[in-house]
Design a binder for this molecule. Sequence first.
Ligand SMILES: C[S@@+](CC[C@H](N)C(=O)[O-])C[C@H]1O[C@@H](n2cnc3c(N)ncnc32)[C@H](O)[C@@H]1O
Length: 334
Amino acid sequence: MASQTNSNQPRSRLIIHDLARRNGHADFARDIHRGLTSNPKHLFPKYLYDELGSRLFEAICQVDEYYLTRAEDEILTTHAGEIVSSVPSCETLIELGSGSAEKTRKIIEALIRQRGELLFVPVDISASALEESSHSLLDSYPNLRIDAYAADYFQALAALPKRDAPALVLFLGSNIGNFERDQATDFLRGIRGVLHRGDALLLGADLKKDRAVLEAAYNDSLGVTRSFIINELERINRELNANFDLWAFGLRSVYNESLGRVEVYLESLRDQSVTIRGLNLTISLQVGERIHVENAYKFDPEDLRKLGAQTGFSLERTWLDQQGKFSSNLFRVD
Ligand SMILES: C[S@@+](CC[C@H](N)C(=O)[O-])C[C@H]1O[C@@H](n2cnc3c(N)ncnc32)[C@H](O)[C@@H]1O
């Protein structure tokens, strides 16, 4: 069901489809139960992004060690014109996991220069981030319309209306790295399913590099990443009436070089038990026991070419930042 927001924006310029709210609480409860009763225990990265989590992620983007956002922003600032010229009559920009959409501004501005006006279709599981970023973008760009989906990626891809006009899809921030390999191919096939010949996908992918740089990016010295990750326990406390003691967990971020991924865990600092009243569940954790929260896969150019070839795309062009840390990859629909 589409809901118009009650903002000062002219109603016709913004529609927010709030799909995430439909089964949101039940899905959260089911997934948390499943994760905390598994052996080893795990949580799901998509539940990191409630309102506070989205704000904490924005703070991560400011810390010295988290180079990813600055590197990708540098690429988009330098190459936005070339990127959008790859879809010359692009009328629709779709972004999956758009968050604050700050970097997206470079692409939006280049597309508006190219066509005069634009329909932006952001998708994000965080309704608060989506609403805030939509208002801010509409304030900045009078020739922009927004049709936003507060939804899980797959839910939104299934709900997008049919379209004839050419489109560019963005999947930035190396979000692709949060998927396991088989999920990443399913996801790109899902994107391919809503595109036509000539459309393109710009995929931001972080590159394999030195262990110390990677581990610091996911465990910064200010402790912002720890706050972001531990907020998922606080969210369980709030929404499922649990009693996690947030001081009783440390953050461990480890680069598993053979699998090419940073693994992010919360580690129990003592033997403890936690009651989650909303799930009618008590769990025990031993000192040193880890709860897996997310993986962040890192890529090399060959990984990306193969990923495209398996999913109906050709890798047409790759741009790197000056230090060669991050890649923006333009995939064309075959
Ligand atoms: C790492 S942040 C990146 C944000 C932004 N694209 C950037 O590059 O800075 C991931 C974003 O994807 C959203 N997200 C995570 N999992 C999602 C899912 N399964 N479905 C939809 N959005 C999701 C989060 O809410 C968050 O805004």
